[in-house]
Ligand binder design. Structure first.
Ligand SMILES: *[C@@H]1O[C@H](CO)[C@@H](O)[C@H](O)[C@H]1NC(C)=O
Ligand SMILES: *[C@@H]1O[C@H](CO)[C@@H](O)[C@H](O)[C@H]1NC(C)=O
Ligand SMILES: *[C@@H]1O[C@H](CO)[C@@H](O)[C@H](O)[C@H]1NC(C)=O
Length: 406
């Protein structure tokens, strides 16, 4: 590339603009030292070019790393990077005039690590002004506060909201057949306008999720006029029609509601209607209040206590049936990639690594939680987990798995 010294550099195209500028400087230098022998000039230029080449390399490297950094905070690839690599969102990027995005998460003491990982993933993938409303029972707030004060989570804005279990009196009952006691916090989502009284719009999320996309995109999900919420349908994507252990095919209304009951039949809801997943949703709280959604949900909870309206094969989630009734043909939909679910319904891997990587939100609904002993994709989840400084919560890991992930 240095063979033509007659005033012009022939620079390979891919060295681009930087080199042209440098070429000019070198030209001047050559003119001043015209007397110098060709050989000397050659050597000087060679040295210059090597130095420049190193400079360009350096420059490109910086450019590349800042590009990477942008991608890291703008897109979802972050779930596969070690957390330490992810820079904190610059403080000035969160400006007070920016619309606040309320995100409601229920955090129960026995699975607090889930909420922590979820919050961490949301915060690190957005530049928006997120306010977390973390709903807990009375005994958990202090534990949660000390966990949230760990350095990685310092930048998050949050409020801890106590959930008053008195709200549920007469509306839920332990089901001795299922051998499971009621988990009060799973009903917190029914009371969104009480939990976030000032917000017009809010996002609700379960604690067994991680977010790989920018939460702003989910928040901007359009809701049709008259719709109080947007859910992801159970027949809309790759996560459809899975056999949930012991529950049959739970993807339509008949999987959740007892169609033998007069009261259900009278609603004239098609039994084959796709159900939706209430673990992630966007709510228009103005509309929610206008339609008294909370009152409507409570009505169906009470009726179920009195008459037993839910499907007998219902696995766990007693929160879904009232929502299915109240939002029947009255809800908008969210992008299926914003609720890639059933990661916890078996220990096996149901999705390709590429699909898991592309997902905006991963949801471990089902029995196999990522903080438990056996779970699929727990390595993806664990990148967002922050160990409990109080030591009360710890991951259940087989020894081998621990050494593999380290
Ligand atoms: C929370 O309060 C209720 C009654 O106010 C009490 O029965 C319960 O034990 C408390 N739970 C914890 C974890 O402190
Ligand atoms: C929420 O609902 C209210 C009342 O129907 C409506 O005026 C408003 O535009 C809706 N907001 C959004 C963001 O959809
Ligand atoms: C909502 O509830 C309030 C009081 O609980 C009642 O006055 C109002 O009529 C209800 N609105 C609808 C649309 O059901």
């Amino acid at each position: 590339m240095l063979r033509h010294l007659d005033g012009h550099f022939h620079v390979p195209a891919d060295f681009g603009a930087c080199f042209c500028f440098v070429g000019l400087k070198t030209n001047i230098y050559i003119r001043q030292k015209r007397k110098m022998s060709f050989r000397k000039v050659n050597i000087i230029i060679l040295v210059l070019v090597v130095a420049l080449f190193l400079l360009v390399l350096h420059h490109n490297f910086l450019g590349l790393s800042s590009l990477l950094r942008n991608e890291v905070s703008d897109s979802g690839i972050v779930g596969f990077q070690p957390i330490d690599f992810v820079p904190n969102v610059p403080r000035q990027a969160v400006d007070g005039r920016q619309e606040e995005i309320p995100v409601v998460i229920a955090a129960s003491e026995d699975r607090l690590g889930g909420a922590i990982a979820a919050i961490n993933s949301i915060q690190h993938n957005t530049r928006s002004n997120v306010m977390f409303y973390i709903v807990t029972l009375n005994g958990t707030a202090d534990h949660l506060r000390s966990w949230l004060s760990s350095s990685t989570l310092k930048s998050i804005r949050y409020k801890i909201v106590d959930f008053d279990t008195k709200l549920l009196e007469g509306k839920v009952k332990d089901d001795p057949d299922q051998g499971e006691s009621v988990k009060p916090l799973t009903f917190a989502r029914f009371y969104l306008p009480i939990l976030v009284p000032s917000a017009k719009k809010a996002i609700y999320m379960d604690d067994d999720i991680i977010v790989q996309g920018d939460i702003l995109a989910l928040y901007n999900t359009p809701l049709k006029p008259g719709h109080a919420a947007a859910f992801s349908e159970d027949c809309d994507s790759a996560s459809t029609k899975v056999v949930i252990r012991g529950a049959g095919n739970q993807y339509n209304y008949i999987g959740y509601l007892d169609y033998k009951k007069e009261r259900i039949r009278k609603l004239s809801m098609k039994a084959s209607t796709c159900s939706f997943n209430p673990g992630v949703f966007v709510a228009n709280l103005t509309e929610w209040k206008r339609q008294n959604i909370t009152n409507q949900l409570e009505k169906w909870m009470k009726l179920n206590v009195e008459e037993g309206l839910y499907s007998r094969t219902l696995a766990g989630s007693t929160t879904t049936p009232p929502l299915l009734i109240v939002f029947y043909q009255q809800h908008s939909t969210i992008d299926p990639m914003w609720n890639v679910r059933h990661l916890g319904s078996s220990a096996g891997k149901r999705y390709s690594p590429q699909f898991v990587k592309a997902a905006k939100l991963l949801h471990w609904n089902g029995h196999f939680k990522p903080w438990g002993r056996t779970a699929s994709y727990s390595d993806v989840w664990e990148k967002w987990y922050i160990p409990d400084p109080t030591g009360k919560f710890s991951l259940i890991r087989r020894h081998m798995e621990v050494s593999n992930t380290k």
